[in-house]
Design a protein around this ligand. Structure first.
Ligand SMILES: NC(=O)c1ccc[n+]([C@@H]2O[C@H](COP(=O)([O-])OP(=O)(O)OC[C@H]3O[C@@H](n4cnc5c(N)ncnc54)[C@H](OP(=O)(O)O)[C@@H]3O)[C@@H](O)[C@H]2O)c1
Length: 241
């Protein structure tokens, strides 16, 4: 997203160590239509680190981002949150009610909904009060209640639906602060990353992370303030809640 605003424009990607997050950082840092003056990348392995299990890490990282922008004379015009959890040592997505597990549910809500909500708390105040700026939270189409025809994946679906509600609610508060600020939920499509790998099926359109990243950046660049609060897919279509 090239900012039409005067001054330098900074972008921040949170979840930069993930498949999609790393591709977003690469696309924003490379010369081209999505190049930003400054690209900051944070995740559990960066310094400072961001870990959703520890809110203090978010407060600390937000202070660092504010200091970086001030030192560079840049304004934070783009924030992308590319973190997420579907499967891992904390459990697997459920195929039936009998698989529901409180520890898995707690973890999937922590990473997919509560963590991004705390990002909103600590980082949305860093967006400028004037001019266009965009906060995109990577969600998933399976979080759409209106689109749920298949069932299953209770925790992941419900946590992404919760994220979508956080996005919608934050978009209303953000608009009062800056009418040109956008806050959206994003569906990246099925992307070839560690998150999707065990579920890749023949016939399902799986796209490389690099392609998904440039698609999302193109979509974000084309959004207008009327899109704020929406769930938008990688083709720019608004999806049902
Ligand atoms: N891949 C797909 O097909 C697909 C489809 C629909 C939606 N999505 C969504 O796309 C987003 C990116 O996923 P991906 O495919 O790139 O998966 P991935 O490669 O597994 O990346 C997962 C990301 O989540 C972050 N994360 C995990 N636990 C965390 C914690 N405790 N604190 C902070 N961050 C944590 C990781 O951050 P660090 O490693 O940087 O710490 C990493 O960036 C997710 O929101 C996912 O739900 C993906």
């Amino acid at each position: 997203m090239t900012s039409p605003e005067p001054g330098k424009a900074a972008a921040l990607v949170i979840g930069a160590g993930g498949g999609l997050g790393a591709a977003l950082v690469e696309a924003l840092a490379a010369p081209g239509p999505h190049a930003m003056d400054s690209v900051l990348a944070l995740g559990r392995a960066t310094q400072p680190a961001i870990d959703y299990e520890d809110e203090a890490s978010l407060a600390n990282a937000a202070a660092w981002v504010a200091a970086q922008c001030a030192a560079q004379g840049a304004q934070l015009r783009l924030l992308i949150v590319a973190s997420g959890f579907l499967h891992g040592s904390q459990g697997q997505p459920e195929r039936s009610l009998s698989h529901l597990d409180a520890d898995y549910l707690s973890h999937v809500f922590r990473i997919n909904a509560i963590g991004p909500a705390l990002v909103m708390k600590h980082f949305l105040p860093l967006l400028p009060r004037q001019g266009r700026c965009v906060a995109g939270f990577v969600s998933a189409k399976v979080g759409s209640i209106g689109d749920n025809a298949l069932g299953g994946w209770y925790g992941y679906r419900a946590s992404k639906a919760a994220l979508n509600q956080f996005v919608k609610t934050a978009s209303i508060e953000l608009k009062r602060r800056n009418p040109e600020a956008l806050c959206v939920a994003l569906h990246p499509g099925t992307v070839d990353t560690a998150l999707s790998q065990p579920f890749a099926k023949t016939g399902l359109k799986v796209r490389p992370a690099r392609e998904a990243a440039t698609d999302l950046l193109g979509v974000l660049a084309a959004l207008t303030p009327t899109h704020s609060g929406a769930l938008v897919d990688y083709q720019g279509q608004t999806l049902p809640w």
